[in-house]
Write a protein that binds this ligand. Structure first.
Ligand code: SF4
Length: 132
């Protein structure tokens, strides 16, 4: 799902420069893709262009806008679920000159994701034997 900015936005502007895809625009400002300008999606508050948001897949292990928002109003859009593969493809389309490694950063791979080979394995815990 693309990330959205809710009406809680206080127009601080902290998120805009953090987006690796320049998907965030100030309210009332036209957005651009491939040299073509489009009407603003919001007039009053900052907004995210869904077609430019990769949920930071390919760049960060969490959404950069959400990480800096002081009022936590950058949230996943519950009405627009998208897979990691779709989001990575979007990042690649937006950055055709960039190569993404196999272990690209992704919010889908943080907490709970399978550990990469180089990670030191946690010691194996052996359950205590029952008393005889
Ligand atoms: Fe940009 Fe990442 Fe926020 Fe999407 S989640 S708008 S790619 S900073």
């Amino acid at each position: 799902m693309a990330t959205i900015i809710t009406s809680e936005c206080i127009n601080c502007g902290a998120c805009e420069p953090e987006c690796p895809n320049t998907a965030i625009y100030e309210g009332g400002v036209e957005w651009e893709l491939n040299g073509i300008m489009h009407p603003p999606i919001s007039e009053d508050i900052f907004y995210i262009v869904p077609d430019k948001c990769s949920e930071c897949v390919g760049f960060h292990d969490q959404e950069a806008c959400a990480a800096v928002c002081p009022v936590d109003c950058c949230i996943p859009d519950p009405d627009n679920p998208e897979t990691e593969a779709v989001l990575l493809a979007r990042a690649q389309a937006l950055h055709p000159d960039q190569t993404f490694p196999a272990d690209f950063p992704s919010r889908f791979r943080k907490a709970g994701a399978s550990a990469p080979e180089e990670t030191t394995a946690a010691p194996t815990l052996t359950p205590p034997k029952p008393e005889e």
